[in-house]
Design a protein around this ligand. Structure first.
Ligand code: CP
Length: 307
């Protein structure tokens, strides 16, 4: 049995196989419509979500399976003081696979010590969000036809944005990837991401606070929200909240085939008129999230011998 806590739990070959499986699901949904008949997915969300939880649930339903779980920890016995370990031990008696989001970094890892079924990290604090990264990789692959030879701009809250950390870790494993890190100094990528991934893997990267200056270089622009819930004070958040706003004017110097991404939800970092630009792919990215989660559910259940 295997769990998914981080994309580094997967080999590059396994990531490529998951993307190939998602592409096959997109091409022939009927082929997979009953593959999970009789199986149950539990979604345990100790932190708010729209896309991740609902796309996981839609994914399982489209595979013929059923879903159970909670979207608010206050409705669960966690509110009475039950530990994550005990909650998971119990839920693994009721479900074949668990997707879990928790505000505490490492909580999904603790869950794996107690679970009798595969656990998928659906986001833990500011640490990691591997299924979002898989959706991002599928989106880049569908738009560009490759996961190599790309200049990727990451913009916004690169300190607390777990999707950025996961995406950097994943893209470091592909060839000829250049990163352009666009953030205020106070919200730059954590040092461990620089030393353990970017520098360890010899990746080319620059850091800048000027989005307009680097725009013409980019093949992919990955915008992110300033993570209000992870700041220690509201004043600090307010200082940075409008640091970068992508609008149609700033896109004038961008490549004609730029891919604009955002894990969503957005607050105001992309103006709504950008939605009409054919280069805006963030809603497709959310849809890809469902397809890659279908591929992940099938694969983890197969690895665990449940399919
Ligand atoms: N991208 C993402 O994780 O969105 P939700 O918080 O709505 O799940």
């Amino acid at each position: 049995m295997r769990h998914l806590l981080d994309t580094t739990d997967l080999t590059v070959e396994e990531i490529d196989e998951l993307i190939a499986l998602a592409m096959d699901i997109i091409a022939d949904k009927q082929k997979y419509a009953h593959i999970c008949d009789g199986k149950k997915l539990a979604t345990l969300f100790f932190e708010p979500s729209t896309r991740t939880r609902l796309s996981f649930e839609a994914a399982m339903m489209e595979l013929g399976g059923n879903v159970l779980g909670f979207s608010d920890a206050s409705c669960s016995s966690a509110s009475k003081g039950e530990t994550v370990g005990d909650t998971i031990k119990i839920v693994s008696c009721y479900a074949d696979i668990i997707a879990m989001r928790h505000p505490i970094e490492g909580a999904p890892r603790v869950a794996t010590y107690k679970s009798d079924v595969p656990v998928i990290n659906a986001g833990d604090g500011g640490h990691s969000h591997p299924t979002q990264t898989m959706a991002d990789l599928l989106t880049i692959f569908r738009e560009k036809g490759r996961l190599k030879d790309l200049t990727i701009g990451l913009c916004g809250d690169l300190k607390f944005g777990r999707t950025v950390h996961s995406l950097i870790k994943a893209m470091c494993r592909y060839s000829n990837i250049k990163f352009v890190l666009i953030a205020p100094k106070e919200l730059s990528v954590p040092d461990y991401i620089k030393t353990d991934y970017l520098e360890e893997k010899g990746m080319e990267y620059i850091e800048t606070e000027n989005m307009e200056e680097v725009m013409p270089q980019l093949d992919v622009l990955y915008m992110t929200r300033i993570q209000r819930e992870r700041f220690f004070s509201e004043d600090e958040y307010l200082k940075h909240k409008d640091a970068f706003i992508l609008d149609t004017d700033k896109l004038k110097t961008a490549k004609a085939d730029l891919t604009i991404m955002h894990p969503l939800p957005r607050v105001n970092e992309i103006t709504t008129d950008v939605d009409d630009d054919s280069r805006a792919k963030y809603f497709e990215q959310a849809l890809n999230g469902k397809y890659i989660r279908m591929a992940l559910i099938i694969t983890l259940l197969k690895w665990g011998g449940a399919l």
